[in-house]
Design a protein around this ligand. Structure first.
Ligand code: WT7
Length: 687
């Protein structure tokens, strides 16, 4: 077994036996801070909910979780989290003003719950499996080693003045150092702000400035799909517009020479020089743990803020019970840590449960479309959690890439990010899982913190239907609201706006720095319930199917984008007068991006040249995945007499449904519609 010793040769081998943090006392441990830590963590390997063994069925327990939430969540919080101080009230929530507090006055440290307690009990068990870009070069990190790395990282941050409550921007490739950076923030009480290492320098700068982060942690370069990504260069460009940044830690992923400036600090050297023990901060349940930016229907991404105890409990519980995780299994969520899926199901959920978690650095098609399946055979993964867009892409490459590898280790399969269409579901079930593994289509969001609707856990052997997430998790009370009337729709066979009626511990607490926007976005549309932004259908027998976003947000290849963000970039170009961006159904990506652009009258540049410029701008300002698939230059947009763009019409045109345009007579200039339909046919060759 290869260990994570290549990148940090002097770090992990040293002082292995010197850890003074944990003593081997049975019930109560004294920490260096003089606090005691409850020792309630039990190994739940035999029965899933030993806390509630009087409940005969899953349904009974689900109903109990709704009817007695304080008892349900309070019991689980006490039995699964190690606390320095027990909490008082289980919750204090008033959704009408976005006021959400769980486990009041409790004190804990998230990194201790994710690392120390497992390092103490099972120091040599695997915590991280780093599946690096080149197949066959994986490295393993044990819980003991992870604890040492997290402690060193915590010492590095503190020795450079990073304090409790500070925001730390993390712009790192998928690696043990990235996980350690997140956990070290948690350990010292800093708030991490991970930015996906595929975002452009401008997108990164916006997120650093909004969070007012003084500290950035990055790498010299990234490696993905056999290509080098110049991460440090992107950070250097971003910093030209961030005056708040005081220090940049640079981890050597490739070791190639990159220019180092006066704010830059060599992270590897720092780690090697720090001790591998560290006294964790004692955090309040409701202190912020992290913020993560995500797109909304208006231009500026919002920093969704999550707190310590509620998020951790929800991440841990959903990871264990949705995927039926059993001790010593290898959990493989292939999401990047730059997204909420990576936060919850690569880092916090698995580590909370003492699991071995995969860090997948590569792409589904490197070096060929067999990568996932070859990885499963080589590492013997028991769980695979991925995005439908990857499945659809691989499905097109044919079954032989799958069947040539042994997938008998797989036990549970899951997906998230967009609807999993029936064809992809069947391929997942029949070909990948050989009809042996449950398929969990999991519905959730950055805002929900963890999985909210999914077929498991449920009664033993309960039916799983293709292409729908079906059943709410414990404590989740979904409701469908009538978008016109604003009232609740009851019964089956109905469609409406998907809302969640009761609070749960994992839900977001705020938008960083803008609580009013938080209330307006999530709690105003339907009074006093959380509005998800999605539409859903409830079947006759009460199961949920997601029908898609109801706002101007697109899920492109599992990445969430606001159409307004892309319009802002296009409109900033000298030559454009105005634009409208809509989504259209796309075979692989779920949604494609369609930009309708009106150029100024005097523009001489050719359309081809303009297209190239527009795409380059979007790539520079947001990211490559935000580039429009189709750009149509048009003399005008369909507008009402009051000047509002009728996006409904643009969506129908983009979706090749010109016969379903509906009433266009309210438009200021109805003739524009025919021109748009005609031009669409020319561009796409569709009649
Ligand atoms: C949006 C949230 C949560 C991690 C990944 C995305 C869509 C998510 C499903 C699903 C249909 C889904 C929704 C949601 N979505 N899962 N199983 N079926 N749609 O997180 O970036 O916050 O996006 O993704 O539209 O609102 P996110």
């Amino acid at each position: 077994m290869k260990r994570f010793v290549v990148a940090l040769p002097s770090v992990l081998g040293r002082n292995a036996s010197k850890s003074k943090l944990l003593k081997n006392e049975k019930c109560v441990r004294t920490l260096q801070v003089g606090r005691t830590l409850s020792d309630s963590f039990t190994d739940h390997s035999t029965t899933p909910f030993p806390e509630f063994d009087t409940f005969a069925t899953h349904d009974e327990l689900y109903q109990f979780s709704l009817n007695s939430p304080d008892f349900f969540w309070g019991t689980l919080a006490r039995s699964r989290i190690n606390w320095y101080r027990d909490f008082g009230r289980v919750k204090d929530c008033d959704l009408t003003r976005g006021h959400i507090r769980w486990f009041l006055d409790g004190e804990l440290n998230v990194s201790v719950n994710c690392v120390d307690r497992h390092a103490e009990k099972n120091p040599d068990s695997i915590a991280l499996i780093w599946e690096k870009d080149e197949p066959g070069t994986q490295e393993y990190v044990t819980y003991r080693e992870l604890l040492q790395l997290v402690c060193r990282m915590s010492n590095v941050l503190e020795s450079h003045g990073v304090k409790r409550g500070d925001r730390v921007a993390i712009y790192l490739p998928q690696s043990p150092v990235a996980v350690a950076a997140m956990l070290a923030c948690a350990r010292i009480g800093a708030i991490h702000n991970v930015v996906f290492a595929g975002f452009s320098s401008e997108a990164l700068a916006g997120r650093i400035v909004d969070a007012q982060a003084e500290t950035v942690i990055t790498a010299d370069q990234g490696v993905r799909g056999g290509k080098i990504i110049e991460l440090k260069q992107v950070v250097d460009d971003a910093l030209k517009s961030c005056t708040c940044v005081k220090r940049v830690f640079v981890y050597q992923r490739t070791g190639n020479d990159v220019p180092m400036g006066k704010l830059d600090i060599n992270l590897d050297k720092e780690l090697a020089s720090q001790p591998d023990t560290h006294t964790p901060a004692v955090m309040d349940s409701e202190d912020y743990l992290f913020m993560l930016y995500t797109s909304g229907s208006t231009g500026k991404p919002k920093g969704i803020a999550h707190t310590q105890a509620g998020y951790l409990l929800y991440a841990g519980l959903t990871m264990k019970h949705v995927f039926d995780y059993k001790p010593n299994e290898l959990f493989g969520c292939v999401a990047d840590i730059g997204w909420i899926t990576g936060h919850t199901y690569v880092v916090y959920g698995p580590l909370f449960n003492g699991a071995a978690t995969l860090l997948f650095e590569s792409t589904p098609v490197y070096p060929n479309p067999g990568r996932y399946w070859e990885t499963i055979e080589r590492l013997k993964l028991n769980h695979l959690y991925l995005a439908p867009t990857a499945l659809r892409m691989l499905l097109k490459s044919g079954d032989s890439w799958v069947t040539k590898y042994d997938r008998s280790s797989l036990r549970k399969l899951g997906c998230v990010g967009e609807p999993l269409n029936r064809e992809a579901w069947e391929w997942f079930y029949e070909v990948i899982g050989e009809e042996r593994c449950d398929i969990c289509d999991t519905w959730w969001q950055t805002e929900t913190g963890g999985i909210a609707i999914t077929p498991r856990p449920s009664a033993p052997g309960a039916e799983i239907r293709p292409a729908m997430p079906m059943r709410p998790f414990f404590g989740i009370d979904p409701v469908l609201m009538d978008p016109q009337m604003g009232t609740e729709l009851t019964g089956g066979d109905v469609k409406g706006a998907l809302c969640i009626k009761r609070p749960w511990p994992g839900m977001a607490r705020s938008i960083y720095g803008d609580h009013q926007r938080f209330i307006d976005t999530y709690y105003k549309t339907y009074h006093g319930v959380y509005f998800t932004g999605d539409g859903a259908y409830r079947t006759k027998d009460g199961y949920y199917q997601i029908t898609g976003r109801m706002d101007d947000v697109l899920n492109v290849s599992g990445h969430r984008l606001g159409t307004a963000e892309i319009e802002d970039v296009i409109d900033d170009l000298e030559e454009t007068a105005e634009s409208a961006v809509v989504g259209f159904p796309h075979d692989i990506k779920g949604w494609g991006i369609y930009a309708f652009v009106v150029l100024k009258d005097d523009v001489k540049t050719s359309e081809e040249e303009m297209k190239t410029q527009l795409k380059a701008m979007v790539k520079k300002r947001i990211s490559a995945f935000a580039q429009p698939d189709i750009i149509m230059f048009t003399p005008g947009l369909p507008k009402t007499r009051s000047g509002k763009i009728m996006r409904r019409i643009l969506r129908k045109i983009a979706a090749n449904q010109p016969d379903e345009l509906g009433d266009v007579s309210t438009l200021f200039d109805p003739s524009i519609v025919d021109a748009l339909v005609e031009k669409h046919k020319q561009i796409t060759g569709k009649s």
